[in-house]
Design a protein around this ligand. Structure first.
Ligand code: IPM
Ligand code: MG
Length: 356
């Protein structure tokens, strides 16, 4: 079991260190190798995704990824910005299936900005297509407009597109996932306006014929954004394209009140995967020892389950995380009165202790 550890920027190194600590406490044999990525890699070698890092990622069974990005790189040319590392890894490894669970932990219900009764027991799964859509469609760029409202002026453009096999494979991932849950898929589109998403809807409907045991409904993305804050528990699995999934998954994460708790997995067709917390690099708190490592620790659990064939070890980690929450331990992002505030390292130590 070879794991590439890519800590990245901001709080990335602190939180991945805790997840590595937890992995090492499981009593399993892993081969782990660490490499720079994002702004850290740019500083070290002039590129956010150096060839050596990419090769390591390709050769591993799984990648544990911290976070990338810092405002100080915002003025760099786009190909050199830290975000290109994650986009480059997704593309190079074909990580088309992105799992973003939004689970509201019992002890953290009051941390949500929604009323407790709306989110208590929330457990939804957003499956975001991750290698297509307007994120990667060509052509894109800047040019002089030849038509539109202002011909002769400068304009910028991107291309939204999905091929049939791209939609089919992500739809299958969603139906299979729903089979192991509450057997309901909501496909989110914008079929009322966009050709790409009328096609998306048609193809998902066709694939659904192979999954008669799973219920399918379709929802426009604007309505989905609204339903997520109105009645989030009505969803089970949401499947959608790359851009809508980017937006809706941030919205869903906030329902749980604790983006510091949410793991994610990005898989290819060989079950090779990249595992990362759903939150970003939080440069404002980097190095202070206050970041919440639980999303990264839970990402390591997803890694054990999806890419390394170790479901029992994954269960052990998830049980340990619930135990430390039950003990009342909280990093500042999830702290509330009556609980015990701890730092990044103490939280990691507590999970290790709860494993035993
Ligand atoms: C995410 C992030 C990325 C995305 C950025 C950092 C490129 O927002 O993983 O959701 O847009 O996909
Ligand atoms: Mg995002």
């Amino acid at each position: 079991m070879k794991i590439a550890i890519l800590p990245g920027d901001g709080i990335g190194p602190e939180i991945t260190a805790e997840a590595v600590k937890v992995l090492n406490a499981l009593g399993l044999k892993f081969e782990m190798e660490t490499a720079p990525v994002g702004g850290a890699a740019y500083e070290a070698s002039g590129h956010p995704l150096p060839e050596a890092t990419l090769n390591l990622a390709k050769s591993a069974d799984a990648i544990l990824f911290g976070a990338v990005g810092d405002w100080k790189y915002d003025t760099l040319d786009r190909p050199l910005r830290p975000e290109q590392a994650i986009l480059g890894l997704r593309k190079a490894l074909g990580l088309f299936a992105n799992f973003r669970p939004a689970i509201c932990y019992e002890q953290l219900v009051s941390a949500s900005s929604l009323k407790p009764e709306l989110v208590a027991g929330l457990d939804i799964l957003i499956i975001r297509e991750l290698t297509g859509d307007i994120y990667f469609g060509q052509p894109r760029g800047k040019r002089t407009a030849t038509d539109g409202h202002f011909p002769g002026t400068e304009e910028a453009f991107d291309t939204m597109r999905y091929s049939k096999p791209e939609i089919e494979r992500i739809a299958r991932v969603a139906f299979e996932a729903a089979r192991k849950r509450n057997k309901k898929v909501t496909s989110v589109d914008k079929a009322n306006v966009l050709e790409t998403f009328q096609f998306w809807k048609d193809v998902v409907t066709e694939v659904h014929k192979d999954y008669p045991d799973v219920a399918l409904d379709h929802m426009y993305v604007d309505n989905a954004a609204m339903q997520l804050v109105k009645a989030p528990k009505a969803f089970d699995v949401i499947v959608t394209g790359n851009m809508f999934g980017d937006i809706l998954s941030d919205e869903a994460s906030m329902l749980t009140g604790s983006i510091g708790m949410l793991p994610s997995a990005s898989l290819n067709d060989k079950k090779q995967g990249l595992y990362e917390p759903s939150h970003g690099s939080a440069p404002d708190i980097a190095g202070k020892g206050v970041a919440n490592p639980l999303a990264t620790i839970l990402s390591a659990a997803m890694m054990l389950r999806f890419s390394l064939g170790q479901p029992e070890a994954a269960d052990r980690i998830e049980t340990a995380v619930k135990a430390v929450l039950a003990q009342g331990l909280r990093t500042p992002d999830i702290y509330s009165e009556g609980t015990t505030k701890v730092g990044t390292r103490e939280m990691g130590d507590a999970v290790v202790k709860a494993l035993k």
